[in-house]
Write a protein that binds this ligand. Structure first.
Ligand SMILES: Nc1ncnc2c1ncn2[C@@H]1O[C@H](COP(=O)(O)OP(=O)(O)OP(=O)(O)O)[C@@H](O)[C@H]1O
Length: 261
C-alpha cells in the first residue's frame, strides 16, 4: 500500500478550477519536491494533505485513511513564514514538540526521560547553530534563525509525513545549505515521507528523489482560469541521475511566448 495515495483529485474555489485530476501514489520514505508556476495550486495541494482543505472531488489517503483534521505527530508542517511560539525560549520551543511526541497522554515529562530530551534538544540546537541562543526569546532571533528553529521543531516530532512549503525561501545561501544537510540527514535517519514545495529547481533536484511538476495541460488564451493544473511531469530519480535533467520551462503549453528583444 502506498504511504499517500491521491485519486483523481479536483479542487475548485467557487467556479475556478485550481487542480484537476491529480492522481499519485507516493511510497513510504519518498522525498517529493513539488514545483510549478506561481498560483498553480502547490500550497492548495499541501493543505489538502493537511485536511485544511477538502478535495472538490476524488480522495486522498494517508496510510489508507483520510488525512486527520487534527494536527498530530503523523504529519509535521513548516511554512515559508516561521511559526514558533513567541512566549517560549528557543530551547522550550524545541522541547515542547519532543515532550508531546514522547508523552502524548501524560502531558509534561519529568525525571531521566526529560533530562534525556533536554540533552537531545541541546544537540539539535548545536546542530542548527542556535546553541548560544538556547535561552533567548524568538523575537531576539533573526528571520533565518527563527526559520531554522521552526524546521527543527517540526522535525523534532519525527513525523511520518513532513510537509514543507518553501521552508528555505527566506534563508541566506550558507544557512540554506546547512539546513539542506540537516533535513537530508534526518530524512535518511527516520525514513519519513516528505513533500516540499519549492520555487528553486536546483534545490528540488538536489534534495528530492521524486520531483512533481504541477502545470496546466489545457490552456484557454481567452480565459486563463478556465482550467486547473495537474502533475504534468513526474521525475523519479535514482542516485545515478541526481544531476538536474533538462526540465521544460513552466507555463501553459500553448501560452504565447514573450517576444524576443
Ligand atoms: N481559500 C481560497 N479561496 C479562493 N481562492 C484561493 C484560496 N486559496 C488559494 N486560492 C487560489 O488558488 C490558486 C492556487 O493557490 P496556491 O496558493 O495553492 O498556489 P501556489 O502554486 O502555492 O502559489 P505560489 O507558488 O505563488 O505560492 C491561486 O489562484 C489562489 O488565488
Amino acid at each position: 500500500m502506498s504511504a499517500v495515495s491521491v485519486r483523481r483529485v479536483f479542487k475548485t474555489y467557487g467556479h475556478t478550477p485550481i487542480l484537476e485530476n491529480v492522481d499519485l501514489d507516493i511510497d513510504e520514505g519518498q522525498f517529493c519536491a513539488i514545483v510549478g508556476a506561481s498560483g498553480c495550486g502547490k500550497s492548495t495541494f499541501l493543505r489538502m494533505l493537511l485536511a485544511q482543505e477538502m478535495p472538490s472531488a476524488g480522495e486522498i489517503r494517508i496510510d489508507g485513511q483520510p488525512p486527520a483534521r487534527e494536527p498530530g505527530p503523523d504529519r509535521g508542517v513548516v511554512f515559508q513564514r516561521y511559526s514558533v511560539f513567541p512566549h517560549l525560549s528557543v530551547r522550550r520551543n524545541l522541547l515542547l514538540p519532543m515532550e508531546f511526541g514522547g508523552s502524548r497522554l501524560l502531558g509534561r515529562l519529568f525525571g531521566p526521560r526529560r533530562q534525556e530530551l533536554e540533552r537531545e534538544a541541546d544537540r539539535v540546537l548545536e546542530r542548527i547553530g542556535l546553541a548560544h541562543m538556547a535561552d533567548a526569546w524568538p523575537s531576539q532571533l533573526s528571520g533565518g534563525m527563527q526559520q531554522r528553529l521552526a524546521i527543527a521543531q517540526a522535525l523534532a516530532l519525527k513525523p511520518k509525513v513532513l510537509l514543507l512549503d518553501e521552508p528555505f525561501g527566506a534563508l541566506d545561501p550558507g544557512t540554506r545549505k546547512s539546513m539542506h544537510e540537516f533535513l537530508l540527514d534526518l530524512w535518511r535517519e527516520t525514513g519519513m515521507t516528505i513533500f516540499m514545495v519549492s520555487h528553486d529547481l536546483s534545490e528540488a533536484f538536489t534534495l528530492a528523489n521524486r520531483v512533481l511538476v504541477f502545470d496546466k495541460r489545457r490552456w484557454d488564451p481567452h480565459d486563463p482560469t478556465a482550467f486547473g493544473a495537474t502533475v504534468t511531469y513526474d521525475f523519479k530519480l535514482t542516485e545515478k541521475d541526481w544531476e538536474k535533467p533538462d526540465v521544460p520551462a513552466f507555463g501553459p503549453p500553448d501560452a504565447p511566448q514573450p517576444a524576443a528583444g
